[in-house]
Design a protein around this ligand. Structure first.
Ligand code: MN
Length: 261
């Protein structure tokens, strides 16, 4: 049985990272594409509730896959595919290949990871894939690895609330040292807010961030694996509960705040 793969992304349907992933997936299964019409990077897990969604048929260069461009976010695209556009749910959802980092705190903002999260909520195994490149992306290794991992996930299955975040160094195949299963690293940016002045003399603000040094990354993390030339594979869960604070707060006797003892 051919694995049925849904491919989406957050950079938009025109992006080469998506096209490379689609072509690689066609070698392992039956591929359908539903991707945002334009760049929805850093859209997080937003879904569109207050206006209609529109889709139009699209063509992925070098591919025969059925494809749609949608006006929504990556999460919208997964919902559109599963409940509207596909004859049945796919076996695996792949989201990417994102051009640029998706590790550490990026995961909270990432449309790429959120597309995978939406699939996980719908009970479909999902993989988010990003390439560590600002320019001159080398997508082929990341695409081939992601497609092979999709088949592996299809074969082995995944827990219902899980999804996987894959981050690939922008290296040639021969330079990549291997694959590391990692945990999410902590913050990699120092937030910056720039205050500027517009031509009418009014202040406006621009949110920016500076990458902190990779050598600060702890061993075992996504960031560390990357800095050592490995592909990073991080299993993620949906539950946001903080276990240590859960235990600590249980002793705070919060009934007191209701005036009860
Ligand atoms: Mn993006």
């Amino acid at each position: 049985v051919a694995v049925r793969i849904l491919v989406t992304n957050d950079d938009g349907i025109e992006e080469e990272g998506l096209h490379a992933l689609v072509r690689a997936c066609e070698a392992v299964g039956q591929v359908t594409v539903v991707a945002p019409h334009h760049d929805r990077s850093a859209s997080g897990h937003s879904i569109t509730l207050h206006k209609p969604l529109r889709v139009s048929q699209a063509k992925i260069p070098g591919s025969e896959a059925v494809a749609w461009a949608a006006t929504g976010t990556p999460a919208d695209c997964v919902v559109l595919a599963v409940y509207g556009l596909l004859p049945g749910p796919p076996d695996v959802v792949l989201c990417g290949i994102n051009l640029g980092p998706n590790i550490g705190h990026d995961l909270t903002y990432s449309g790429t990871v959120s597309g995978a999260m939406e699939a996980a909520i719908l009970g479909i195994p999902a993989i988010a894939v990003s390439l560590d490149a600002e320019r001159d992306p080398r997508y082929e290794v990341a695409a081939a690895f992601a497609a092979a991992l999709a088949r592996e996930v299809f074969r082995r299955g995944m827990p219902r609330d899980a999804r996987v975040n894959v981050y690939v160094p922008n290296l040639d195949f021969g330079q990549i040292r291997g694959v590391r299963v990692t945990r999410q690293s902590a913050r990699r940016y120092r937030s910056r807010l720039e205050r500027r002045t517009d031509p009418r003399g009014r202040a406006y603000y621009w949110i920016a961030g500076e990458r902190t040094a990779a050598e600060q990354a702890e061993p075992g993390t996504d960031s560390h694996a990357l800095s050592q030339g490995f592909v990073s594979v991080t299993p993620l869960q949906m539950d946001l509960t903080h276990p240590a604070l859960l235990s600590a707060m249980a002793t705070w006797e919060l009934d007191r705040l209701l005036g009860r003892s």
